[in-house]
Design a protein around this ligand. Sequence first.
Ligand code: ARG
Length: 268
Amino acid sequence: MNLNKILKKVGLLALGLTLTACASGSETASPEAIQAKGKLVVATSPDYAPFEFQTLIDGKNQVVGADISLAQDIADELGVDLEVSAMSFDNVLTSLSSGKADLALAGLSKTPEREEVVTFSDSYYENGRVLLVRSEDKAALKSLDNFKGKKIAAQKGTLEEQLVKEQLISSEVISLQAMGEAINELVTGKVDAVAIDQAVATGYTSQNDKLAISDAELKTQETIGTAVAMQKGNEELEAVVNKVIAKVKKDGSYAKYLEEASTYTVVE
Ligand code: ARG
């Protein structure tokens, strides 16, 4: 084979590799690739105030919240525009592997199971997991035992859904796609509790005195923080995200974003 032929072969091989990389979506998420396309696509499930939710701005539905402000900081660090891609929570992580989104910010708990399939940033928030009940039932539902035979709603694909299945084996678990739906079921008496992150539950109880947080505690094996997810092994992007997280934690920006989020009216 002459040199020309060899070069051609190498060239074709390289093209093949590039195409494979694109097809698997792995190329879309590197910082350079994000900069080349000029936008950072962030997957989220906007039904989880104060982290991500919809509000009306100038008569238009917009996704806002502390996670969205953090996503904007990451986009700014990369020097690109932010595109928020709203979807149901159970699609958020798969949108990373399919290359539809570069990052996922969705009040995501950094669990060991998820770490097998995605890369997580450092944690930017510590949440607790609670059972939200109707205030009138709070006295009767104060230990996990009290939930025997009760209906408990959780959002599909969440850590809370998993914990309820594991720890409340004598309860009926109702898995719902949207958190708003779960809250509605609770308010209207179709379920007896909703398994949810503490900060989100507190948002509901502060606005609705018919809802309360049960004293029964869902146990988590270790302290599981809230983090940004990206395609597994994307270390370059992870470094950029961790740099921004270190900053917003240190200078109190994330705490400020949470406060700002509470000034918006949630649109379900
Ligand atoms: N912390 C829980 C989890 O990661 C629930 C997150 C739900 N997020 C949302 N945007 N609805 O499983």
